[in-house]
Design a protein around this ligand. Sequence first.
Ligand code: GTP
Ligand code: MG
Length: 390
Amino acid sequence: MIKTGIPKLDDYLGGGIPEKKSLLFSIAPEVEESNLAIHVLHHNLQRGKRCIYVVSQSSPKQLAHSFREFGWDFEEYSDLLTVVDGYSRLIGAPSDEKFVILEPHDILSYEDVVDELLEAQPGPAVVSFDSLSNIMDLCGERETLQGISRINERISDKNGVAVYNFTSWPYKESILYRIQRLFDAIVEIDAVTGETYSGQKYHLVKIGWNGQASKSVLFKVYRPGGIKIYVPKVMVMGPFRSGKTSFMKALCDRHTSVDRMGSTIAVEHGTIDRPAYRAEVFGVPGQERFLPLVQKMKGAASGALLVIDATQPEQTPEAKKMAAELSEQHIPYVVAANKCDAPGAMGEEEIRRRMDAPETPVVPTAATTGEGVFKAFEMLVEEIIGGKSC
Ligand SMILES: Nc1nc2c(ncn2[C@@H]2O[C@H](COP(=O)(O)OP(=O)(O)OP(=O)(O)O)[C@@H](O)[C@H]2O)c(=O)[nH]1
Ligand SMILES: [Mg+2]
């Protein structure tokens, strides 16, 4: 099994890409970050896998440059990585690479080089192509797909894995049909523009092995940093003094709050910036006089963390009302049963019973120590992805 290293994607693929299989990233032309294969490449180099990377849309030097932009070392992997240069001949430039596509307009030329490499080196390899669509334009659509079918077979014979970037220009139906059949898994990438953010979305449309198709995840590409799941607006809400500000402090990597005499009197903002996630978090004050503000903030919320004080059973009717409103507005939420470290804190089951919400995810948290806080956030992301897209 080969991991893609793209957050959550491996889970949905049932662990990753099994050996002998191929995966296509089918990328809408308007998507800005159209190289997903480079992230799979880097992830596997980091894990000591032998990788073959065929460039046809930019030079091998550009690959090294992209690595550096992401904050990744390029030279470190020179023993594991073979770059096949399918670019220099196109622009009539000399190449420093050992493996060069001499006839970029002939798919057989790509087959020969990949074959030679697969034969020469022992063990399975991760073979990726930076642009299948470019090769189709150069070599002809049908010819390329026939050639790629043979290449996939050879990679499979050697127990390797094949990964392709493909820009989904409006090709003829018959070509799209062939593509649909040719690859074991297909992940579509689309551009997404919200009112206050822009990003892109991956969507699993085909998995030829056990996995969960039809999941959609909003993500962004950061330099440095790479791919992160992006959640544009997480609300942290809950009754008065339930621990919202403490929760945000524990959850966020950056956080600002406005407190007067220990109580929050304005919207707090924080950012989660972890290797796999980036999220904007907004905390709303608990005092009842701020209710209109809460209503306003809920517009366009991706999801909410409902922080309740687990030592205060008398607050559950209020929390229940907040939960009902979130449900009405189709905003996914998770209940953080906060202050779980304090004596007399209610357990998950009791909270579900009191809130009359048997299905609601409840996570015990202790905001002052950070316990359970990130778990509650991760569960919220699951709820968001499971419902629509985040
Ligand atoms: N034992 C314990 N105390 C907590 C925990 N979280 C918060 N507190 C305490 O509860 C009190 C209120 O915490 P805040 O984080 O200010 O609560 P809040 O919900 O932001 O309050 P408002 O914004 O005024 O509604 C503080 O004294 C915190 O130290 C927790 O997990 N365990
Ligand atoms: Mg507060």
